[in-house]
Design a protein around this ligand. Structure first.
Ligand code: HEC
Length: 196
């Protein structure tokens, strides 16, 4: 597949097309900021509304919050997974490849390395793993019998008819962040010399 040939998977997101110190070096900080903002909004909504009440908040806040953080940094930000709650977050073929690489590292008890993709339009994406850190997430993504409050599943299914995003445990690979840095602008067109 042509797209696969264009896909470069390197071990460090800073090494853009062999140029260490590339723009994707900023990816970890951007992801940390986006994750921090989402976690803070979640914690606040959970404290005031409980998981079932926080779900609708999360449904609107999560995509808007990620988009806002991306915009502030001049990048696009997306979360993707092989078991989506929101079908917009389903992995593409190349994202699935990155997820498999992360899963393979975790199976070997190694830290998964962020992956780099050069997109056909020249933009660069850095893909980094999202691992379930703990009980906070399990209230909406854990085991329905043991982690999720009895009133929550009905709210999930009302909002997301085809939800696949439960059954996780702490330490599980939940998905990935994708930070896309725009392609550098083309060099200025050479202006014809005026006639003498
Ligand atoms: C209050 C319930 C709730 C909690 C707690 C929660 N999530 Fe979610 N999660 C959601 C909802 C709702 C969505 C769908 C958001 C959307 O429509 O984009 C979602 C989507 C996601 C996605 C995007 C992929 C998909 O399935 O659509 C990831 C990744 C994710 N959550 C990870 C986490 C992590 C990690 C934690 C813990 C830090 C967490 N979630 C805690 C409700 C929750």
């Amino acid at each position: 597949m042509k797209r696969t040939l264009l896909t470069l998977l390197l071990t460090a997101c800073g090494a853009v097309a062999g140029t260490p110190g590339g723009p994707a070096d900023r990816a970890p900080a951007i992801i940390a900021e986006a994750f921090g903002k989402l976690s803070a909004a979640l914690t606040k909504a959970l404290a005031s509304e409980g998981p079932a009440g926080a779900l609708p908040v999360c449904a609107t806040t999560a995509p808007a919050s990620a988009a806002g953080t991306g915009k502030a940094h001049g990048v696009t930000l997306r979360r993707a997974t092989d078991k989506p709650r929101n079908p917009n977050n389903a992995v593409t073929d190349e994202e699935r490849k990155a997820l498999s690489a992360f899963a393979a590292s975790l199976a070997k008890k190694e830290a998964p390395e962020p992956q780099l993709i050069i997109n056909p339009d020249g933009s660069v994406s850095c893909l980094a793993p999202i691992i379930i850190p703990g009980a906070l997430c399990l209230q909406c993504h854990g085991n329905e019998a043991t982690d999720i409050a009895p009133e929550t599943p009905a709210v999930i299914r009302k909002l997301y008819l085809h939800d696949k995003a439960t059954g996780y445990r702490s330490g599980d690979l939940r998905g990935l962040w994708r930070v896309t840095f725009p392609a550098p602008p083309p060099p200025p067109a050479s202006t014809p010399k005026p006639n003498p």
